[in-house]
Design a protein around this ligand. Structure first.
Ligand code: HEM
Length: 173
């Protein structure tokens, strides 16, 4: 009755599509450790917790969701989910994300070993999105020598040039 019962979860883990193998180091459930650091010239530095789920269903695509929480109150904060695609037989990567702040973005870049660097190609937003608007986003993901996933996000807004906004390390849970 449920569409999800058509997916292989209830049977056996789906076989990974070889196209996404270069990104297999991102797969899993990850939890910030230590809490992430937020910065920006216009903001007081802040910390946040984040849960990350990166999975696949056998397609040549990864599915992701990033869910941030306030470190003290545990209230949900920034949330985004989307897909990561690889161009077959290349290291070209496309990252598509919808965010609870009312923006939707496409980033492109490449994976080299256990490092993924991407930059925004297009950003769309709802008509009443909070200002200042983000104009460009770059991210780097890497698996560090301790087997932890790291994400660094920089952005340019209508008032500030490209500057780091987030840095976070996640342990696999
Ligand atoms: C503020 C963008 C992810 C927490 C902002 C601002 C922008 C922005 C444009 C306003 C900056 C200013 O006022 O000059 C983004 C983008 C993200 C992202 C594009 C993802 C790609 C996150 C995440 C957190 C976070 C994961 C974690 C909790 C905050 C906080 C502020 C802020 C606390 C200041 C208060 C507020 O404006 O809500 N962000 N952000 N952001 N961001 Fe992010």
């Amino acid at each position: 009755p449920y569409l999800s019962s058509l997916l292989p979860f209830s049977r056996e883990p789906p076989t990974m599509n070889p196209v996404v193998e270069p990104l297999s180091w991102m797969l899993g459930t990850w939890l910030s450790d230590p809490p992430g650091s937020g910065t920006f010239p216009t903001l007081q530095p802040f910390q946040y917790l984040e849960e990350v789920y990166i999975s696949h269903v056998g397609q040549p695509v990864l599915n992701f969701s990033f869910n941030a929480f306030h470190p003290d109150t545990r209230k949900p904060m920034h949330r985004e989910c989307g897909f990561i695609r690889l161009k077959p037989d290349t290291n070209k990567v496309a990252f598509v994300s919808a965010q609870n702040t009312g923006i939707v973005e496409v980033e492109e870049g490449e994976v080299n070993g256990q490092e993924l660097s991407i930059t925004s190609h297009s950003i769309a937003r709802i008509s009443f999105a909070k200002e200042p608007h983000v104009e460009q986003i770059t991210r780097k993901f890497r698996l560090n020598s301790e087997g932890k996933l790291e994400q660094t996000v920089s952005m340019a807004t209508t008032t500030q040039p490209m500057t780091q906004h987030l840095h976070i390390t996640y342990k696999k849970v």
